[in-house]
Design a protein around this ligand. Structure first.
Ligand SMILES: [Mg+2]
Length: 183
């Protein structure tokens, strides 16, 4: 029997906590953005049922690993103090590990999603069978990351991702358990 582990990689914004609607006129570094990460601690709202869902994934034998892009620090749209406060709450959740890419769009790193760097690094560190693992996200970038790493892709349904064709689409994190039971 393989000693490799299975994992569920989770995006943060839009999966663990709500994204924030900036409306039609929000531009960050020459790119128009509608839905963003919380930029202040006051905007950080944990989604309902998240802790329960994470505990169930663990009980089902999966490592649960956060893999999040946080370029807003580099872009100056967010202060380090707010980022740290949000991450303190995130670290209180039952994740096995947390990977954060803080690079901006033009820095050429290998970790910023849709590149698979964070998943590949986690895979080596934790001896993960990526083909038996999942990524749960809410954007095209998450989908690309999962595909590049060879994971199955689960997308949390949102108006910003209707055109994507992931392996699975769910309304919320709790529904992921149904997928785990079916594989
Ligand atoms: Mg997201």
């Amino acid at each position: 029997m393989s000693s490799l582990k299975r994992a569920i990689f989770l995006d943060r914004d839009g999966v663990i906590n709500d994204v924030v609607d900036r409306g039609d006129n929000c531009v960050v570094l020459d790119k128009q953005v509608r839905w963003t990460a919380p930029w202040t601690y006051a905007e950080f709202i944990l989604k309902p049922g998240v802790i329960d869902a994470l505990q169930k994934f663990k009980a089902a034998g999966y490592l649960i690993i956060l893999a999040t892009n946080q370029p807003d620090l580099a872009y100056g749209t967010m202060k380090r103090e707010d980022h740290d406060k949000i991450m303190t709450d995130i670290r209180a959740l039952p994740f096995d590990d947390i990977f954060i890419c803080e690079h901006g769009r033009d820095e050429g790193c290998g970790c910023k999603k849709p590149k698979p760097g964070m998943l590949l690094e986690a895979g080596k560190k934790w001896h993960i069978d990526l083909a038996q693992s999942f990524i749960v996200g809410d954007t095209k970038s998450d989908m690309g990351t999962g595909q590049a790493a060879g994971c199955k892709v689960i997308i949390i349904d949102h108006e910003q991702n209707q055109k994507l064709e992931p392996d699975y689409r769910v309304k919320n994190l709790s529904e992921v358990m149904g997928i785990l039971k079916s594989v």
